[in-house]
Design a protein around this ligand. Structure first.
Ligand code: SF4
Ligand code: SF4
Ligand code: SF4
Length: 471
């Protein structure tokens, strides 16, 4: 599967992956056993009418040999599978891939395997294989059952939660290395802390990515898109990065930031150094003057490409569309395609098309204007090209600034960023129970991040109390 799913946000790049370029490979194209309502990728099936949607054995070999050749001098090569749902290829395909890559690697070179999956087809045989071969598994899980099943449904509209939990159980039983890939959308944007706790406590996740759903569409298509295309994938038109409307499933411009801040306020008090949340790591890297490790918040991009089951190479997983087809690796070497001027322009455009308000923004060094695919909002002074989630990015990066400065200072002094937890504990001990919560929700501290184990629903009645009295 495609954890970014509609996965508008970046790529699963293991730490230590070669910086040169990263390929997400789709061995089944857009074919998937689920039919997530927000999935932008299912419609890409239309690009290959009549295809069997299975990567051929000889293409697998071509792909691996070109990838390894292109990274000849690198200590590690990442073989990254994604979809659609890659596990639909069957285990033998991946056994072949591991065997081939092992035979092709240079002396001393390590091959790292990653796979992004919806988890529904995993069984013990898979678990054993993934663990034995050191796969890093990105598992898509959106939260507790009611959140997850809102949009992550199968072809008959049935929620996939139980099947995903079975898949997770397989991974945990076999001690496979896994990350939670969790989308943030209209139904989850105000449940950040609850979802984080679910992933941490119920799922045992120690690595999490929170990916905003921004499902873009045009005014003409909006009613059908909101209705879920009649729930039939085949009724969906080809998804293009087009239009300035978003579907009702999309996170709101400020909702992603609220979600992240809600999670951050829990994480910074309990889990620094214990739980890895990609966005917090990205922020800390920026504050510490290091590369963020996520294309969305890098100054330029273009090093994360997508390879279709036919060998067609596209500029990015989010731009699998004719205008961004670079060529086919059967006809031209992957490295030649990756270094085409067209691809370089694609990557530089991220920096060179920023609107003025980004250029003068005081968190630009951390934000870098977000992914170009979502830059369809208008700035306050009427300039086009602002990121749809700008209010979220601004709120999040401004909110975490003091903590990031402090953690960066700790790092610079050779100390652990986790020491920040003690500082928060000191401040919290002086905080009045009825004071407004530090997350900015407007709730009382005792009913929000000052309360252990309380679910947001239980605090709903109190939600406006502080706002009303402090207004
Ligand atoms: S699991 Fe869902 S989001 Fe991923 S490819 Fe399948 S339908 Fe799309
Ligand atoms: S367009 Fe650039 S920033 Fe956006 S997902 Fe693709 S590579 Fe990343
Ligand atoms: S926070 Fe908004 S204005 Fe600032 S760089 Fe990001 S998108 Fe641009």
């Amino acid at each position: 599967m495609n954890p970014e799913g509609g996965r508008p946000g970046g790529h699963l790049v293991p730490p230590g992956a070669p910086r040169s370029f990263h390929l997400l490979v789709k061995p089944t194209g857009a074919v998937c056993n689920l039919d997530c309502r927000y999935c932008f990728f299912l419609s890409k099936e239309m690009l290959y009418p009549g295809s069997r949607f299975r990567m051929a054995d000889d293409l697998l070999e071509t792909y691996l040999s070109q990838l390894i050749e292109a990274h000849a001098g690198a200590p590690e090569v990442v073989v990254a599978w994604q979809g659609g749902e890659p596990t639909m290829m069957g285990l033998d395909f991946f056994r072949r891939s591991v065997g081939l890559a092992d035979g092709m690697r240079r002396p001393g070179q390590r091959i790292m395997h990653t796979i992004q999956t919806n988890g529904t087809l995993l069984d013990d045989e898979w678990g054993e294989f993934l663990a034995a071969n050191g796969f890093l598994v990105g598992l898509s899980v959106d939260g507790p059952r009611d959140v997850h099943d809102t949009y992550r449904v199968d072809k008959s509209g049935k929620g996939s939660f139980d099947r995903v939990m079975r898949g997770l159980d397989v991974l945990r039983r076999h001690d496979a290395d896994w990350n939670a890939l969790t989308t943030v959308h209209a139904a989850s944007q105000d449940r950040g802390r609850e979802i984080y706790r679910f992933l941490r406590d119920d799922c045992g996740a120690t690595f999490m990515q929170f990916i905003p759903i921004v499902e873009r569409t045009t005014p003409e298509l909006l009613p059908a898109a909101d209705a879920g295309w009649g729930h039939r994938a085949k009724d969906r038109p080809l998804y293009m990065q087009d239009g300035d409307q978003v579907t009702c499933r999309s996170v709101s411009p400020g909702g992603y930031g609220r979600f992240l801040i809600d999670v951050f306020e829990e994480w910074v008090r309990r889990d620094v150094g214990r739980v890895y949340v990609q966005m917090f790591d990205v922020a800390l890297a920026s504050w510490h003057g290091e590369p963020p490790g996520l294309c969305v918040h890098s100054e330029t991009c273009g090093q994360a490409l997508a390879l279709e089951h036919t060998g067609d190479l596209y500029s990015c997983d989010h731009f699998v569309e004719p205008a961004h087809l670079l060529g086919n690796i059967r006809d031209k070497k992957m490295l030649d395609l990756v270094t085409l001027p067209q691809q370089q322009r694609f990557g530089l455009a991220k920096r060179d098309t920023l609107p003025r308000c980004c250029l003068v923004c005081d968190v630009r060094f951390a934000c870098h204007g977000g992914c170009p695919k979502d830059r369809f909002a208008t700035t306050p002074d009427g300039e086009p090209g602002l990121h749809y989630l700008c209010p979220s990015y601004k709120a999040f990066f401004c909110h975490v600034r003091p903590a990031m400065e402090q953690m960066s200072g700790l790092l610079a002094a050779g100390r652990a960023p986790a020491e920040i937890t003690e500082e928060y504990a000191r401040q919290d001990s002086r905080r009045g129970r009825n004071e407004p919560c530090t997350c900015g929700s407007g709730r009382k501290w005792k009913r929000c991040h000052g309360a252990a184990g309380i679910r947001p629903a239980e605090t709903a009645q109190e939600d406006t109390a502080v706002v009303a009295t402090s207004a």
